[in-house]
Structures are given as C-alpha cells and as structure tokens.
Design a protein around this ligand. Sequence first.
Ligand code: GSH
Length: 216
Amino acid sequence: MSLTLHFHPLSSFCMKVLIALYENETPFTPHIVDLMDEAAAAAFRKLWPIGKFPVLHDSARSRTIPETSIIIEYLDQDYPGRTRFIPSDSDLALQTRLQDRFYDLYVHLPTQEIVGNRLRPADKKDPFGVAQARKRLAGVYDMIERDMTGRTWAMGDAFTMADCAAAPALFYANKVMPLDDHRNTAAYLDRLMQRPSYARALEEAKPYFRLFPSED
Ligand SMILES: N[C@@H](CCC(=O)N[C@@H](CS)C(=O)NCC(=O)O)C(=O)O
C-alpha cells in the first residue's frame, strides 16, 4: 500500500479527500495528525510547510501531494476507480473544476471563517468578517438552489470531484447557517450524506463532533 493520508477525521477539507478514497475503495494508510500537539504539527509542517491538511504521500512515486483538488485529480489520474472524478470531456471537466472551486472558495471558506471566529478568544472576535461570510453564504445558497433544480449531483447524473467538495462544505455550512427553505440544496445535502463514501467519513468523524464549536 503506497498511499498515506495525513489528515484529521473532523476536518472538513480532509473529508473531501476521504470521500474520493472511499468512493473507489482505494487502499491507503490513514495517519491522523493532531495539530494541537506541537511535535506532530512540526513533523507535519516538514511534509507541507503551509501546515494545512490533508496531504497525501505516495511512496511508490516519492510524491507528496497537498491541496484537496490536486489530490483528487492525482487519484483520478494515477489510481482510477469506478467513480471518475473528472469527466473525460474537456468542457465538462472545466465545469467540474469550476464547481469544485465554487464550493471550496464560496461555501467552504466562508464557513471556515464563521467556525474560526467561534474559536477565537473573546477579545479577538471579528464580527465584520463573520457578517461578510454570512452574506456570501446567503448569496451562494440562492445560486445552488437554482443550479440544483432537477439535478442529482453537482454536475448532473455523474458523481464527480464537485460533489466531493460540496459534501463537507454544505454539511458544515448548514450547521453555521441552516439551509432552511433552500429545499433543493437541503435535498442535495441529504443525498450527499447518504452516499456511502460520505456516510462513512461522517461516521468516522462522530467521536470528534464534540470538539466542533457550536456557539458564536
Ligand atoms: N485549500 C486547502 C484547504 C485546507 C484546509 O483549510 N485545511 C484545514 C482543515 S479543514 C486546516 O488544515 N486547518 C489547520 C490550519 O490552518 O492550521 C485544501 O483544499 O487542501
């Protein structure tokens, strides 16, 4: 088994890659990184000085691959399975990458901003940043609601990298700003949560959910 994933089960971006690995039952060695542990964090930064996880290491090719979208593209290219994450048609591939960027940058990052603010000390809160993030989420919820009309997955009938990105982004976004009357989006999130690959990642994260900050 040449692949090792350095990750944490509670981390939303790590879930994105776990979904891709579980979709194709790709064998890998899981290595849980506790960033609160100084030695573990220092060892992890040697692998990827930016210090954000997940990071995939492939000992067969001596490659260290950071960044979720790049990891999923790498898996699709070098360890393909029954679920193809990037369509072979070049236009559809571009649209898939756009959807992936959309969920990462405009759903996932504002959600991270809101959660991150909850973890800040009382005198270091950023209410303006949180208000901006909530405004961003409100706008993108409306866009997703329109886009998901009559669609099963982000790209239509096929499950792709865009859905790997959407699942944890929408899961945590819904926790900090409920989807409420965005019915197509809520139904899409339900489908994502029932997808066996994501259901498994959520099940494995359960023991850590008590660490999620639920209050602003
Ligand atoms: N653009 C990165 C984002 C990864 C990311 O933000 N990971 C978070 C966990 S969800 C992290 O490592 N946070 C710890 C830190 O920033 O110190 C990717 O797609 O891999």
